[in-house]
Write a protein that binds this ligand. Structure first.
Ligand SMILES: NC(=O)c1ccc[n+]([C@@H]2O[C@H](COP(=O)([O-])OP(=O)(O)OC[C@H]3O[C@@H](n4cnc5c(N)ncnc54)[C@H](OP(=O)(O)O)[C@@H]3O)[C@@H](O)[C@H]2O)c1
Length: 181
């Protein structure tokens, strides 16, 4: 079975989206990143929170890229967590009503590749459930001041992380970590 990876771009002050889910801040940090290219080739399925699925897009206004994961650099099965599945089917998307079913279905679809998690709440739930194996944070050189935190866990317990790698591009510092328990 493959692993569960949370890959995400974060501001230096710990936010993955601005106030109201704004993602326009990220657009200027989307330059070439070999670490991202490498990981995209290893992703077999996405596990996505519905606020991410329906939310803002850093590629907004770019016709060929808007609404696609990694700007269309990856295609494949997506499992979207929601209590409000739409009546109309969406290509490549399966709507799932609880975390355990979503993780199981995404892992089955991913085979020996990564399940890539998108969405802060979804990632936090994976961490709390003990199913999150790795975290790849692209730290963008910007302060947002407010918004959606990387891991918002008030009263949360200590989680040990081990560094797998640390690399740089002009747009970001890439910190790849293993969840050690
Ligand atoms: N910086 C980055 O790289 C990056 C990447 C991805 C996303 N983002 C941003 O992160 C923000 C979204 O994160 P978020 O934490 O607000 O939300 P999220 O995790 O994307 O989605 C939360 C929603 O998913 C559904 N959900 C979550 N857990 C569920 C469960 N156990 N069972 C059933 N449904 C469940 C619920 O939708 P329903 O209300 O429909 O039930 C919930 O409201 C967005 O602003 C997005 O743009 C940033």
């Amino acid at each position: 079975m493959g692993k569960v990876l949370y890959s995400v771009t974060m501001s230096l002050d710990g936010f993955i989206a601005g106030p109201g889910g704004d993602m326009s801040w990220m657009t200027e940090h989307l330059g070439p990143n070999p670490e991202v290219d490498e990981v995209i080739g290893k992703i077999g399925a996405l596990l996505v929170g519905n606020r991410t699925f329906r939310g803002d897009d850093p590629y907004k206004g770019v016709a060929a890229k808007e609404g696609k994961f990694a700007g269309g650099g990856w295609t494949g099965p997506q499992f979207v967590l929601t209590h409000h599945a739409p009546d109309t089917p969406v290509p490549d998307v399966t709507f799932v009503g609880d975390l355990d079913s979503g993780v199981a279905a995404a892992k089955a679809a991913a085979g020996d590749k990564y399940v890539n998690v998108l969405g802060a709440s979804t990632a936090r739930q994976c961490l709390d459930a003990g199913v999150l194996d790795e975290i790849l944070v692209l730290i963008a050189p910007v302060l947002l001041g407010d918004g959606v935190r990387l891991f918002d866990r008030p009263g949360g317990t200590n989680v040990k992380l081990e560094r797998i790698s640390l690399t740089h591009t002009p747009q970001a510092t890439n910190l790849w970590l293993r969840v050690a328990g």
